[in-house]
Design a protein around this ligand. Structure first.
Ligand SMILES: [Zn+2]
Length: 244
């Protein structure tokens, strides 16, 4: 599978730089992980909106989900114009408000998931890990029909259970909101050392640091993650293509 980073900033977008969004593709089939600020606009650099039918949301903070509305109206209007006749499916933690918002807009459908859910969509199987975060949030493990594995942490503090969940992944896209020495447990996020340690313990082949902070020297994040044992460490950037 191939993963294209649509956006990777934590919290809020930069100028022309979206927050969380990752387009995962194989054999002409696509799924989008998260729909943060600017993702609906920028994902069109890589795919026609009418060819996207599955959006997996990790949680409902704005930097991961605010563009739900853009995708809903996009599908509704394209349906009215006769440009598409397939449903746009949203998958997210159970939330009556989000479910109602999605389902009332023509040609959009909401599916809730929990920690024991598995979805088989096209060539992908998607499993979930309940994170330690301020709101209900899940990491995702995507396995393709060739057995290649991509794990995306979304937002979370460090937990040992993440090591098991990411075990043996070819690629781990991890949030890396904090620099080494900052208090991840208090902030509900991980620092670069924790992320590097997670990747090392899980034996992942390549580590992509994402959900990056708007301050400091980002190269220090990669250096800290490498020192902690992370292999193949790179900083995510918009447009980056990752072969999994
Ligand atoms: Zn976030």
């Amino acid at each position: 599978m191939k993963c294209t980073v649509v956006g990777m900033w934590g919290g809020f977008p930069k100028q022309n730089g979206p927050t969380s969004g990752y387009l995962v593709e194989k054999d002409g089939f696509s799924i989008l992980l998260d729909a943060g600020s600017g993702v609906a606009a920028h994902v069109q650099n890589y795919i026609d909106l009418n060819d996207l039918h599955h959006i997996f949301l990790t949680h409902y903070h704005y930097d991961h989900s605010v563009d739900i509305g853009s995708f809903l109206f996009g599908r509704m209007i394209s349906t009215q114009l006769g440009r598409v006749d397939k449903t746009l499916n949203f998958y997210g933690p159970g939330d009556k408000g989000v479910e109602a918002r999605v389902n009332k807009v023509r040609n959009n459908t909401f599916h809730s998931y929990g920690k024991n859910s598995t979805f088989n969509v096209g060539p992908f199987s998607i499993e979930f890990h309940k994170n330690a975060y301020t709101v209900e949030t899940y990491a995702m493990r995507i396995t393709d029909d060739d057995g290649h594995v991509l794990v995306y942490t979304a937002d979370t503090s460090y937990r040992k259970s993440l090591v098991r969940f990411a075990e043996g992944a070819d690629v781990l896209i991890s949030e890396c909101s904090l620099y080494a020495g900052e208090d991840g447990e208090k902030m509900g996020h991980m620092d670069a050392e924790e992320v590097g340690g997670l990747a090392a313990k899980a034996g992942v082949g390549k580590l992509v640091l994402s959900h990056l902070p708007h301050y400091g020297n980002l190269d220090e994040l990669a250096a800290s993650a490498e020192s902690a044992g992370g292999r193949g460490v790179v900083l995510a950037e918009a447009g980056m293509e990752i072969e999994v």
